[in-house]
Design a protein around this ligand. Structure first.
Ligand code: SF4
Ligand code: MG
Length: 335
């Protein structure tokens, strides 16, 4: 399958009062046409910063792509001007954020907001844009779209607002949709409905999706591939089955153990003890070493290279080195 998006050795830094924070440190990702890739990890792992860098939405002037490239349709997005990026956003790459209220304008009708995006990027008459807005609301499962276009965001429930945000994101048939914790702000039943909707839309429109989440249940439901991030790096990547059933990295083991399991008698959640590394002074070795129960001397001194577990499965951990002791994943995640 062809790659629609490719992130190569991306480094992103922020200037803060504590000095330079190296939030993303050499990230590689690929997104294939029509697939959903999930990026998982704790907050501060670099997931959101990576996608903001892809979208050209790093806060200025503090955030900066230091090196690396983001290839989309053979163009390196890190080299585009703000104006060029603005043109691309919404038309070719769209983004859905966590809280629909922050991405909607409270003083403008829903119809106007959807039409605005359509008319900015497509050469449609007002009447045609309105027709398209109604179609889009119908597509995302909002009843009575002819009436609803005239209403304001506060007249919609949280779940319905997120549907509107998805409609806006899809308005110009983007090739890539980036969803940053799209259901976190919603209650559980609504979450499931929104995920079903996104899955359904992905099938219908063949949009490629990058889904950021800390919820592994969402990953299992939506994605085909997973990238696990920690300390500004991708530490394991593979198909959903590889990550869920044959995880190799101790941090992934920790994430899976901290996931509530429906099928287990032991419903206790095991949080990973310790805190993520301080990226204003990142460790020179493995970023997980301070929290890893299997850390060896080499781990604190050298960053492990990626080892290929299979054609689709890679991990960066010294346990994959043939000289390392054999360590099995904890029983809580053995299947
Ligand atoms: Fe643990 Fe070492 Fe592997 Fe890092 S490289 S996850 S510290 S065993
Ligand atoms: Mg985030």
């Amino acid at each position: 399958m062809e790659n629609i998006l490719e992130v190569n050795d991306l480094h992103v830094s922020f200037k803060t009062h504590r000095g330079e924070v190296k939030a993303v440190r050499g990230v590689n990702l690929t997104l294939k046409k029509g697939e959903a890739l999930a990026i998982v990890g704790e907050s501060g792992s670099g997931k959101s910063v990576t996608t903001k860098a892809i979208m050209g939405l790093l806060p200025k002037p503090a955030g900066r792509v230091k090196s690396g490239e983001v290839l989309f349709n053979e163009r390196d997005l890190t080299k585009l001007s703000d104006k060029q990026m603005q043109k691309l956003r919404g038309s070719e790459i769209s983004m859905i954020f966590q809280d629909p209220m922050t991405s909607l304008n409270p003083t403008m009708t829903i119809g106007k907001q959807i039409m605005e995006g359509i008319r900015r990027h497509q050469n449609l008459s007002k009447a045609d844009a309105k027709k398209r807005a109604i179609e889009l609301l119908e597509l995302v499962g909002i009843p009575n779209p002819e009436e609803r276009v005239k209403q304001y965001p506060h007249q919609f429930s949280g779940g319905m607002r997120q549907r509107v945000v998805i409609a806006i994101a899809l308005a110009c048939n983007p090739k890539v949709l980036i969803a940053d914790e799209p259901t976190t702000a919603l209650d559980v039943t609504i979450q499931a409905q929104i995920l079903d909707l996104m899955k359904d839309l992905q099938k219908k429109t063949n949009t490629s999706i990058v889904l950021i989440t800390h919820d592994l249940g969402v990953v299992a439901n939506m994605a085909q591939r997973v990238a696990v991030m920690y300390g500004g790096k991708v530490i394991e990547t593979g198909t959903v089955d590889e990550i869920f059933y044959e995880p190799k990295h101790p941090y992934t083991w920790g994430l899976l153990s901290s996931m509530p399991r429906v099928d287990s008698k032991n419903s206790e959640l095991l949080a990973i003890p310790g805190t993520p590394p301080d990226l204003s002074n990142p460790p020179k070795g493995c970023p997980f070493a301070a929290r890893c129960p299997h850390a060896m001397k080499v781990c604190t001194e050298f960053m492990p290279d990626y080892s290929d577990v299979s054609d689709t499965h890679k991990t960066a951990c010294w346990l994959q080195d043939e000289r390392s002791p054999k360590v099995e994943p904890p029983e809580t995640i053995q299947v």
